[in-house]
Design a protein around this ligand. Sequence first.
Ligand SMILES: Nc1nc2c([nH]c(=O)n2[C@@H]2O[C@H](COP(=O)(O)OP(=O)(O)OP(=O)(O)O)[C@@H](O)[C@H]2O)c(=O)[nH]1
Length: 140
Amino acid sequence: MADTLLLPVVAAAILDGEGRCLVQRRPVDKEHGGLWEFPGGKVEPGESPEAALAREIAEELQVTIDAPVPLAFASEARGPRHLLLLLYRVERWTGTPRPLAGSILRWCRPAELPGLAMPPADRPLADALIAGSGKNAAHG
Ligand SMILES: Nc1nc2c([nH]c(=O)n2[C@@H]2O[C@H](COP(=O)(O)OP(=O)(O)OP(=O)(O)O)[C@@H](O)[C@H]2O)c(=O)[nH]1
């Protein structure tokens, strides 16, 4: 509909050398508080998705990312707004992830993602990550 406001959000599946993914538990006082999600945030006006991802990951985790690869996206109506959630696969990064106040970080194997409480839009993204991790394992 003509007055839908798009809400572009970027998020990162940051992977370690063992194929584990970094997830973050949202502060309880925020929207979706207490749920586990992929680190990231809103794309600002005039910003590319990749620049927004690098900025958000630096702000939230104090990590520098390199060469994010698009992995999957989710599209979800949220009242007057419409969430476009873009998930990138990030295998190249530097720094030691540190959580912002109120957030908790956890490394988890993709197979553990279905057991985590996540926002609804994250479910298909987690499934895509799981599917991709199986493929990678099969082909080395
Ligand atoms: N970062 C992130 N946001 C997600 C995910 N899944 C999901 O539904 N969202 C939603 O996307 C939006 C992103 O908001 P955010 O609060 O992380 O963005 P931000 O860092 O720019 O926050 P701010 O507005 O407080 O500055 C929220 O509505 C959040 O619930 C996810 O996996 N990662």
